[in-house]
Design a protein around this ligand. Structure first.
Ligand SMILES: Cc1cc2nc3c(=O)[nH]c(=O)nc-3n(C[C@H](O)[C@H](O)[C@H](O)COP(=O)(O)O)c2cc1C
Length: 158
């Protein structure tokens, strides 16, 4: 339908992924994650944004999908959030359809040993490759930052 085409053109979708460093004390991450999840689940559902948030080794990794304008407004708030710093984008790509509709800001607080579980790595890979051309450099950066240890990355690599 003509209106559908117009609506899609007016509301481009984007997929965004970033990593950042937690600024809080280790003992506060549970409460901070719970607060982020509570606020995000509601806001994201009401604004058509889906996503997932990982926490590992004092770092966040978040993947978000939604309408471009809504997402960039949210990211301005996230970038200014004092609970993290050194936010670095891994992905900021146009997409043609939603793939993460089932992910309403679930949060995963992973330990080092959990990263090596096949289910964890498969879930991360699935999210990463959803609808974008995988790029080896950014994917390895993502893994490296999740694992935060070059020795560990080498083991994954071989
Ligand atoms: C790592 C991280 C991820 C976040 N993800 C989201 C999110 O997906 N959706 C959301 O509404 N807020 C998210 N927040 C919280 C926002 O930064 C902000 O606190 C929230 O949007 C409320 O802002 P406001 O009080 O100015 O409305 C996140 C915060 C952090 C630190």
């Amino acid at each position: 339908m003509a209106t559908d085409v117009k609506d899609h053109a007016a509301m481009p979708l984007r997929l965004i992924a970033y990593i950042s460093e937690y600024t809080g004390k280790p003992e506060n991450i549970g409460a901070d994650l719970a607060d982020i999840r509570r606020v995000a689940k509601r806001f994201n559902r009401e604004n058509g944004i889906s996503g997932v948030l990982f926490f590992l080794n004092n770092r966040f990794m978040q993947v978000l999908e939604g309408e471009a304008g809504t997402l960039s407004a949210l990211l301005r708030k996230i970038e200014a959030d004092p609970r993290h710093t050194h936010l670095s984008y891994l992905l900021n790509a146009p997409i043609t359809q939603r793939e993460l509709a089932d992910w309403n800001m679930d949060t995963f607080h992973l330990t080092q040993s959990e990263v090596f579980r096949p289910q964890t790595l498969q879930a991360v890979t699935r999210i990463y490759t959803a609808n974008v051309e995988p790029d080896a450099r950014s994917f390895l950066t993502l893994l490296e930052d999740m694992l935060n240890d070059p020795e560990v990355l080498r083991i994954v690599n071989h």
